[in-house]
Design a protein around this ligand. Structure first.
Ligand code: RP5
Ligand code: MG
Ligand code: MG
Length: 281
């Protein structure tokens, strides 16, 4: 079982704003906290209304098109994997608890912001091609990217754009961040697509729910669906070079172990792949 937190996030929010510090015992909404004065922040980039951002519904007197929370709102999925979330003073409330910030911070959507995360794995092998073991269990490697925003190593995941499916997003983000498909020639693009389609043909769902993302606020939070794509023979990737692209600063096959210290809840997601594959941790 996963227990979610909001209080372990750094007080310094990306963009130079500071969260109101929330003690651990004051995190749940069920606990009274009269002294709670969260900072109100929505990044200028979000307020400039790119396609991926909602309108500032707190400021609108009477919205032309009210957002349909807790449902599929046209092409935007506003349902949460965590069940029905509450609407307080016009806006959704983070189901996990207080974050020290109201508004949307860097996130575009009020309520859940849906992402997809591909955990791409293979067995670690020695020079002779034999699987490497630790304490009698085979060791996994996974494709990690270093995020451009926080510098943390992470799963190469990304946001599900309006109208897109989770399965399309998994492939798209892996292509962009781990294979630099955005800067590939048409010929290379075709090759990348072919390989991804092959490798991502059968994946196993590991998780669907909240992510303890540093961008989360009281009114906007990340949720994800995590899939494991496993290259058992290690052949599938032999013809593909990992090249960091888009918002990834680096990419690497990374040995899986308990001390990874990945971005947000990503160590937990990789651990789920370890359990699923009966691998060493
Ligand atoms: C995390 O943010 C998700 O788990 C996913 O990996 C990521 C999506 O956001 P971007 O990578 O597009 O910034 O919460
Ligand atoms: Mg991306
Ligand atoms: Mg990403």
């Amino acid at each position: 079982a996963t227990t979610f937190t909001t209080h372990r996030q750094p007080l310094e929010y990306l963009g130079g704003v500071r969260r109101f510090p929330v003690p651990e015992d004051k995190t749940p909404w069920s606990v009274d906290y009269p002294g709670y004065h969260p900072v109100d922040y929505t990044a200028p980039r979000v307020l400039s209304r790119p396609v991926w951002a909602d309108p500032d519904i707190r400021k609108e007197e009477e919205p032309e098109k009210p957002l349909q929370f807790n449902s599929l709102d046209g092409k935007v999925d506003r349902k949460s994997h965590m069940g029905t979330y509450q609407i307080m003073d016009k806006v959704p409330r983070n189901p996990v608890g207080r974050t020290g910030m109201i508004g949307r911070g860097l996130l575009g959507r009020w309520g859940p912001n849906h992402a997809a995360d591909p955990v791409v794995t293979r067995w670690k092998r020695d020079g002779s091609g034999a699987r490497v073991e630790r304490e009698g269990k085979p060791v996994l490697e996974f494709v990690a990217v270093r995020r451009g925003d926080t510098g943390a190593w992470a799963i190469p995941g990304g946001m599900v754009e309006a109208g897109d499916t989770v399965s399309a997003t998994l492939k798209k983000e892996f292509g962009e961040e781990a294979l630099n498909s955005l800067e590939a020639t048409d010929e290379e693009k075709r090759k990348i697509e072919e390989h991804i389609n092959h490798l991502f043909k059968s994946g196993d769902k590991l998780y669907a729910g909240y992510v303890d993302d540093p961008r989360n606020t009281d009114n906007a939070w990340m949720e994800t669906v995590v899939f494991n794509f496993h290259d058992d023979s290690g052949e599938g990737f032999s013809k593909l070079n990992l090249v960091a692209g888009d918002d990834a600063a680096a990419v690497a096959w990374t040995e899986v172990h308990s001390g990874l210290g990945l971005y947000a809840s990503h160590s937990h997601f990789v651990r789920l792949a370890v359990e699923h594959r009966k691998a060493a941790w």
